[in-house]
Design a protein around this ligand. Structure first.
Ligand code: GRF
Length: 192
């Protein structure tokens, strides 16, 4: 039986698309059971609906960054009911805590646009530029209660080029992200 995934994202969902693409071209034996977003106008929802994948909005009660515990509990219940095996955070901008971590121990992954433990947090590509890094990259890691602090599964390197802007660097990191995430999901599956 193929793997059942849930994808949580707040924005464009290009990483979610890379998971769809990997399923379609046979790199990943999986199906996406549901895509959830904390923003009703996030393009990630559009991508899911276009594919016929269930896509729903989580009502975070008007909080900008907080992921209310009761919402996490409801999401955990929903994902268990849907028999989800792995939860993939893909540009999801809220911190996951106990209710979800407990329901999916070692089964929640995140992709981060830097070589962790360097540059955790927001706009990691801008942080890399400001630090004068010669190279950066992206990381897929298990999610724990911290900020981008869980065990690393896989990483890919991206050089910082002369004249890079935050936009050009992030775009090059994203090319690598789209290769890395499906590969890291496979690696995580082999450890289940
Ligand atoms: C990616 O750069 C990811 O590493 C970071 O947020 C961005 C999401 O992009 N966590 P997308 O929504 O997948 O296009």
């Amino acid at each position: 039986m193929s793997l059942r995934l849930a994808v949580l994202g707040s924005g464009s969902g290009s990483n979610c698309q890379s998971i769809f693409n990997a399923i379609d071209d046979g790199r990943l034996d999986a199906e996406v059971a549901i895509v959830l977003s904390d923003h009703e106008d996030a393009f990630i929802l559009e991508r899911a609906r276009k594919r016929g994948v269930r896509a729903e909005v989580m009502d975070c009660g008007g909080y900008k960054n907080k992921f209310p515990l009761e919402v996490q509990e409801a999401v955990a219940r929903q994902l268990r009911e849907l028999k989800v095996d792995l939860v993939c955070l893909a540009g999801f901008m809220r911190l996951v805590k106990e209710p979800l971590l407990r329901a999916f121990p070692n089964r929640i992954l995140n992709i981060h646009p830097a070589l962790l433990p360097q540059f955790p947090g927001v706009e990691a590509w801008t942080q890399a530029l400001q630090a004068g890094a010669k190279q950066t990259g992206c990381t897929v890691h298990y999610v724990d209660a911290g900020m981008d602090s869980g065990e690393i599964i896989m990483q890919a390197y991206v050089p910082v080029l002369p004249g890079d802007t935050p936009q050009s660097l992030h775009a090059r990191i994203q090319v690598q992200e789209h290769i890395l995430y499906p590969a890291a999901i496979l690696s995580a599956v082999s450890r289940l």
